[in-house]
Design a protein around this ligand. Sequence first.
Ligand code: ADP
Ligand code: MG
Length: 407
Amino acid sequence: MNSVPEVQESDPGTQAHRYHRIFEATVVAFWEIDLADMQAMLAERCRESGLKPADYVRANPAFIRQSIDSCRVLDLNTRAQVLFGVDRDTALATPFGHWCPPQAEAMLLDNLVAYLSGEPGYEGEALMARADGSLFPVHVSTAFPQEPVSPPAGTFAIMDISDRIEREEALARLNTDLIRAARVATLGELAASIAHEVNQPLTALVANGNAALRWLRRPTPDLQEAIDAISRIVEDGTRASEVLARTRRMATKGDGDRAPHDFATIVDEALAITRWQLASLGAEVDLAVAPDVGTILVDKVQIQQVLINLLVNAAQAMVGIAAPRRIGISAHLEGAFVRVQVDDNGPGIPETVGQQIFNAFYTTKPDGMGMGLSVTRTIVEGHGGSIRADLAAGGGASFHFTLPRAD
Ligand SMILES: Nc1ncnc2c1ncn2[C@@H]1O[C@H](COP(=O)(O)OP(=O)(O)O)[C@@H](O)[C@H]1O
Ligand SMILES: [Mg+2]
């Protein structure tokens, strides 16, 4: 297959020769496609349907497959032959559609619509197919002829963007890893709370077990009392295993997969995880979620991570102040988003610091990591929302952020 292509002869010094040299020398792959059959087919469809070409194509996306499968390849440069793993003769004998898998159809459709709408060119990205059938990501730019040429030819300039896509994916993976690492660190900070949450039902479980034994060891065992105590044991055991399941989910899930979740439930669970921690710092929570807030389209564990960061920060910020130490969580609808606000009545954020608190490693705590708010912002922005810190009405800090609604 990959034989060295024969160089086409043209007179040195002529326009055609120079054009051909550029066509050959560039690192961009060029395909020149004969559009005559496609235009004839489209003209007939438009006559039958009475639609304008661009409207017909938009209304009949399947047309793109039929038309590229009938498009002849007029020429391709060396780079295209190498990139697609095909020699010139084979490429010229194969319709252009062969190199365009179904994943390229949306791009080609946009491309054709741009052409038919009289735009000067088109740029897009898609997957294309090599001769061996393997797919690879490409950037495609097309310059449309501004005056009629014969045969009508379309030139596709194609660049392999596998490297860029790989870098972007690596960066996204790194982000996911970072978010997860920060969450595991937060769970470490919450270890005392979690231990307490598990210990409570275990203590109750032992007490209820002892009670059941006492009722059964009586000269006349009281079966009803024993049954009641054992039922409570079952409840305690369930409660303990729910805490562990929740902790496990926090540590392992949260890779960015979004689904519709009830906002109020997400908040309730985040509060359950932090309840003991907040109580031990003397903070109380006021919840005001508007009744119509409903479902949001998010990675639930990541959003709980956001709430936990903000709640624990708020409680820690208020440690020095005289009671009452209050955290307000409120939420209401705002267009396609839910706007959430977390307030406290601590010292607030100095004006000179401002939004820098979101920078990685910014911390004022002796044992702080300064990752919480940085990761919080990454998560919120990853969901298409935004976050900022302001002064709360009562003088403390106020964090506002938005999350996408599920509908
Ligand atoms: N509610 C708040 N009130 C006042 N300052 C805050 C509040 N939340 C965060 N901060 C400031 O922002 C810094 C960074 O917070 P964060 O990124 O969570 O890291 P860490 O909690 O490890 O310090 C904190 O050290 C603190 O100085
Ligand atoms: Mg923090």
